[in-house]
Design a protein around this ligand. Structure first.
Ligand code: PLP
Length: 418
């Protein structure tokens, strides 16, 4: 039984790839009194967060906000744009792509699931779970679909189960090269606000996101960013929908309101996190995550363990998947690290259960919290009897010390000038 009476000293290290650590500023914003969701203050809050979301998704088109987890926004994307029996092209990059495909089946769609066809010696049970979407395969499949039966292409931007990103602009180019009218739907649940995501520039029709990752909020809000083509498709789509229907929400959002009760206090939190992200500037937010990710990868390389992502161009800035040596149970290792150091790591999901663990580097983090995470993992690996080639903590310290974070340099030079 879980002992809920424990109050460990210091902070718990929540290093799963979402829910991510929530900044104190955001937690404080959530503690404001709940207000009338039909009153004037709420309308101003609603308009503010919708405008900020447009900046974060990099879109001029509507962003729909749901009081739900990301799974709801997956369903909303499909239910608003498609009709029973529609064929959709999906791509198996990992566990979340697989769950989305299962959802499409349950909704009465006909998903076709493409997967990387090569072999992988390190992870033979899931070779495609080390690679991103192969845009050329999508192009070839769409070229063969001369009757345009495939109504949508659905891909995951940042596979949270593997730590591999996919090149969304390349998928758009593939659809265009095949001159195919399919809608492009992108799950950026764990990409948004940590990895560069450009809704309008990349020609995405529906994006799906959630609150508990790069937006640094607790779970409970999800998003669909739309395109004019997606909104047009919604006028003719026949899958049943009511709670998820975009039309009423988009209409009421014009004044900052929702057709049903929104989660007011999470929207206070969203307003605060949008201020934090936009004050920093998206380019700096993305560079910060890249720098953190490179430091964590330096540690894994020093340990001599394989990183799950096999394509150096596609390493996730959000999380790093680490494959453990054959015979080591990654979940037993995670349990030991949790018990000894109050540090939570992501489990291996689906086909890679027990073979890998995931380290999150997102949310309210900094160089020292990440070094603490790496120290906990390094101690745990040794205690579990895993032979390491060298010290990952030292490698990450060298990385972080050699390249100061831009924000740290700014603060330092400003305080020296005073
Ligand atoms: N898609 C991706 C890429 C995810 O990482 C997750 C959750 O971690 C989901 C979908 C499902 O979202 P939720 O658990 O918020 O319903």
């Amino acid at each position: 039984m879980v002992n809920l009476d424990i109050h460990p000293r210091g902070r718990h290290f929540l290093q799963i790839p979402g829910p991510s650590p929530v900044p104190d500023r955001v937690l404080r914003a959530m503690s404001l009194p709940t207000i009338d969701h039909r009153g004037p203050e709420f309308g101003a809050l609603g308009k503010k967060v919708l405008a900020g979301l447009g900046e974060v998704f990099q879109t001029r088109h509507p962003v729909v906000v749901y009081p739900s987890s990301g799974t709801g926004a997956w369903e909303a994307a499909l239910a608003n744009t498609l009709s029973p029996g529609d064929a959709v092209l999906m791509y198996e990059t990992g566990h979340f792509a697989t769950l989305w495909q299962k959802m499409a089946l349950r909704l009465g769609l006909r998903p076709e699931f493409l997967a990387w066809a090569g072999d992988d010696l390190v992870l033979p049970q899931a070779p495609g779970w080390r690679r991103g979407v192969q845009a050329e395969e999508i192009e070839q499949r769409l070229r063969r679909d001369t009757a345009h039966e495939l109504k949508a292409v659905c891909v995951v931007h940042n596979e949270t189960s593997t730590g591999v990103t996919s090149d969304i602009a390349a998928v758009r180019r593939a659809i265009d090269a095949a001159k195919h009218p399919a809608l492009l739907m992108v799950d950026t649940i764990s990409g948004l606000a940590s990895a560069d995501y450009r809704h309008d520039e990349w020609g995405v029709d529906v994006a799906i996101a959630g609150s508990q990752k790069g937006l640094m909020l607790p779970p409970g809000i999800s998003f669909n960013a739309l395109s004019p083509r997606a909104m047009e498709a919604a006028k003719h789509a026949k899958l049943p929908r009511s709670f998820w229907a975009w039309d009423e929400i988009v209409a009421m959002n014009a004044d900052g309101y929702w057709p049903y009760t929104p989660n007011t206090n999470l929207l206070y939190a969203l307003s605060e996190s949008l201020d934090m992200l936009l004050d920093e500037g998206l380019a700096d937010v993305f560079a910060r995550h890249q720098r953190w990710a490179a430091g964590v990868r330096a540690a894994v390389a020093a340990w001599g363990l394989p990183i799950q992502c096999a394509d150096a161009r596609l390493h996730s800035p959000v999380l790093t998947g680490v494959i453990v040596p054959e015979g080591v149970d990654a979940d037993a290792l995670r349990r030991l690290i949790h018990q000894r150091f109050d540090l939570s790591l992501g489990t291996g999901l689906g086909k890679v259960r027990g073979r890998m663990f995931r380290m999150g580097h997102l949310g309210d983090s900094n160089d020292l919290t990440l070094l603490a995470m790496l120290a906990g993992v390094e101690m745990g690996l040794k205690l579990h009897g895993v032979r390491l080639a060298g010290s990952g903590v030292q490698a990450a310290m060298d990385h972080f010390a050699a390249q100061a974070a831009p924000a740290a340099l700014d603060t330092f030079t400003t305080s020296q000038r005073r």
